[in-house]
Structures are given as C-alpha cells and as structure tokens.
Design a protein around this ligand. Structure first.
Ligand code: HPA
Length: 278
C-alpha cells in the first residue's frame, strides 16, 4: 500500500486506531505479534473477529510466506487480546515508519503491552533448534533506527531510554508461566540484522563475540517504537535453526517454517500461560 505522505504518521496511526476501536479493539490488555510460522496462536482466541490487514486504514501488507496478514481480536483467559498474524520487514523494501506502523497504531489504541515473537537463528549452545528464548535485551545491527527523522512529541521523547526495553516484570511472568506449563525456556540477547540473506559464518562468530545468543530480521524496530510510546514489551524468539556455520548445513526458510510448526504447541501454551498471569 502507498503511504499517504500528506498526513503525519501520528494522524494515520490515530485514524487506524479509531477504526479498530469501532471493530471492538478498545480495552485490549495485550497485543501479540506473531512471527514466521507462529500465526496459529490467533486461532486459539475465543470469540475472535478476524480483520485482513488490507481492511485497516493505512496498514501495510506483508509479502513473506508464513505471514498471514490479519489482525484477530479475541479473548484469552478473560483478557482482550489482539493477535497480529504477520508483520512487515525492512528487507521487503519498506521504510522503518512502515515497519513500525502497527506499533504506532497499538500505542494510539492505548494497548498497554505487547508481546513480540519471531523466528530466529540460534547462536549460543543453549539456543538450539526448537528452543524458546525470552529476549532479555537486543543489539540493533540493522543499520537503521525507526526513530530517525523529526520526533513527534505526541508519541514520545527525542532520546528515549533503552536500559530496559524488555520489561523485567514480563520476563519474570514468562518464567512463571513456563514453569507452570512445563515448557523449557532460555533467556538471551537477540541481535537484529537487516537480511534478507542469512548471515555468513564469520558474521555469526562476530555476533557471538558481541554477546548475542540469537539472530533475526525483526523485533528490534518494533520494540524501540513500543518503548518510545512507553508500552511494556516482552520478546520471545522461537529458535528455528542453528545460525550459519554452527553446523555445516546450509540454511533454508523451509527449515524455519518446519521448526516453527513443531514447537507451536509449546509456544501457544507459553503464551497462554503468560497472558493468564498479566
Ligand atoms: N538468521 C536470521 N534470521 C532468521 C534466522 C537466521 O538464522 N532464522 C530465522 N530467522
């Protein structure tokens, strides 16, 4: 979709938020952004209404296989939940404003917290294929920041603090939910890269030296924008493959989708446990 540049991002996000409010999205407790292959969570919401992204004013469409492109409004554990099945990435050719538009809409809707999920490559040994990793912090190596450009004070500060992007409170809730549901989780640092080519083994060695446990092509811009608007953020990576060079085999998107399919039961149980504890 072509962005209407004649109106500010604030006005476009506000219009989309008001439109969603008329569809029943007001009073949402948490929004969940579902990463590659993880969209099935949306089917677990009760009394769900599904809205194609194309129906929402100004909302961008994703072209990636495994990203459905719909927003689902429903309830889970008595809380109103918005599930965003599909996101857009910078590597698709979108600018950062487009990549983070959904976060701006959630902010304008008054959604207090967001759970960002993704598929990621595992760098550290505990982040092996099929592991679920709570993101403790990120390293943004995308070469870009979604807050570049004039700052709209109605969203937040020019220089927002990033000392606790991923809320300690929500990470502790994830630990409690994992223990209660019998799901094993890891914790670690997510390094965000532009993509769409996967990394070279030398890049992965460099990221390991920098302190990264998992690598992916999303999440950091959304987390930055959510924090700009003072939303609480939780991040969960599904480790769909060992990062490049960890094993000799080449990487393929089909492995990402296959692993996501295998772990989705645990992933959904974890999300349900977290949402029930909010
Ligand atoms: N690298 C980057 N992004 C990814 C990977 C990876 O290995 N797996 C899933 N998303």
């Amino acid at each position: 979709m072509q962005i209407d540049q004649s109106r500010s991002q604030f006005d476009r996000a506000t219009e989309a938020a008001e439109w969603l409010r008329r569809q029943g999205a007001g009073g949402t407790s948490v929004a969940v952004v579902l990463g590659s292959g993880l969209g099935d969570f949306a089917d677990h919401l009760e009394g769900a209404a599904s809205i194609p992204y194309g129906d929402i004013p100004h909302w961008p469409a994703s072209s990636v296989i495994g990203h459905a492109g719909k927003l689902v409004i429903g309830t889970l554990e008595g809380r109103k939940v918005l599930a965003l099945s599909g996101r857009v990435h910078q590597y698709e050719g979108h600018d950062m404003e487009t990549v983070t538009f959904a976060m701006r809409v959630l902010g304008r809707l008054g959604v207090p917290r967001v759970i960002l999920t993704n598929a990621a490559g595992g760098i550290s040994p505990q982040c092996s294929r099929g592991a679920l990793m709570v993101i403790d912090d990120h390293i943004n190596l995308m070469g870009n920041n979604p807050l570049v450009g004039p700052n709209d004070e109605r969203f937040g500060l020019r220089f927002p603090d990033m000392t606790e992007v991923y809320a300690a409170r929500l990470r502790a809730i994830a630990d409690a939910a994992a223990a209660a549901q019998g799901v094993t989780i890891q914790h670690g640092v997510y390094v965000a890269v532009l993509g769409p080519s996967y990394e070279t083994p030398a890049e992965i060695r460099a990221f390991r030296a920098l302190g990264a446990d998992a690598v992916g092509m999303s999440t950091a811009p959304e987390a930055i924008v959510a924090r700009h608007m003072q939303m609480e953020v939780l991040g969960i990576s599904c480790i769909t493959n060992a990062a490049a060079g960890v094993f000799p085999e080449p990487l393929h998107h089909s492995e990402v989708m296959e692993t996501a399919r295998q772990v989705k039961g645990q992933f959904i149980a974890l999300l349900e446990g977290i949402i029930g504890r909010l």
